[in-house]
Design a protein. Structure first.
Length: 207
């Protein structure tokens, strides 16, 4: 294996936030959903997402450089296998997580990491002088994005946990910590829906 230039590799790591931000912008604009049926010209994507064509082309080109999209001739773009995971209807979707990571308050909190290490306080507290949960609770849009992101991760974890363990010995399952009552316990649902053929619990509770 040819050794990589350490300076080049370090620069990739240092600039990684730029790639993360392009992915977040892609999720926020719904580009993956627009491309779910196949290849489109950048101008068509701009029209469907209501974006400036020239600016959107630069974003699409950057996403192609990161392996999220494939750029073909004449400004045609299609999703790669990685990009497919940004579709909102994908069983492996990380669209909500990408949107959450790109939220200004999240980025700003991480920007205070050095001071967080110095003081022992959270980056959010140092940046906003507020309690995170109270702050987000007063902003329904931010709460919705955060809850959707957590649900994506819970579904992924549940889909891995459910087939890996026999839960038939348990009479009660409690899903603790869910922030969305309407989800009725995402992890619990994954377990019961996959194993209901072999066992019917007496009680299941999301808390």
């Amino acid at each position: 294996m040819v050794a990589q230039n350490p300076v080049t590799e370090l620069m990739k790591l240092i600039s990684g936030f730029q790639v993360s931000q392009t992915i977040s912008a892609m999720a926020e604009l719904g580009i993956a959903d627009v491309l779910k049926d196949g290849t489109l010209h950048s101008d068509d994507i701009a029209r469907k997402t209501e974006c400036d064509p020239a600016s959107l082309y630069r974003l699409l080109h950057a996403l192609a450089s990161a392996g999220i999209l494939e750029e073909q001739s004449e400004r045609l773009f299609r999703l790669t296998s990685i990009g497919e995971c940004l579709r909102s209807d994908s069983p492996n979707s990380r669209s909500a997580w990408a949107r959450y990571v790109g939220r200004p308050y999240v980025r700003q909190s991480w920007a205070n990491l050095a001071n967080s290490v110095r003081t022992g306080k959270s980056g959010f507290e140092l940046t906003h002088q507020a309690n995170l949960w109270q702050w987000r609770g007063e902003r329904p849009e931010e709460t919705g994005i955060f809850d959707a992101a957590m649900s994506e991760l819970s579904r992924s974890g549940g889909n891995a946990i459910a087939p890996a363990h026999d839960f038939s010995a348990y009479k009660l399952i409690v899903d603790i910590g869910g922030g969305q009552p309407t989800m009725h316990g995402t992890l619990r649902t994954s377990i019961t829906s996959r194993q209901c053929w072999m066992w019917k619990p007496q009680s299941v509770m999301p808390i």
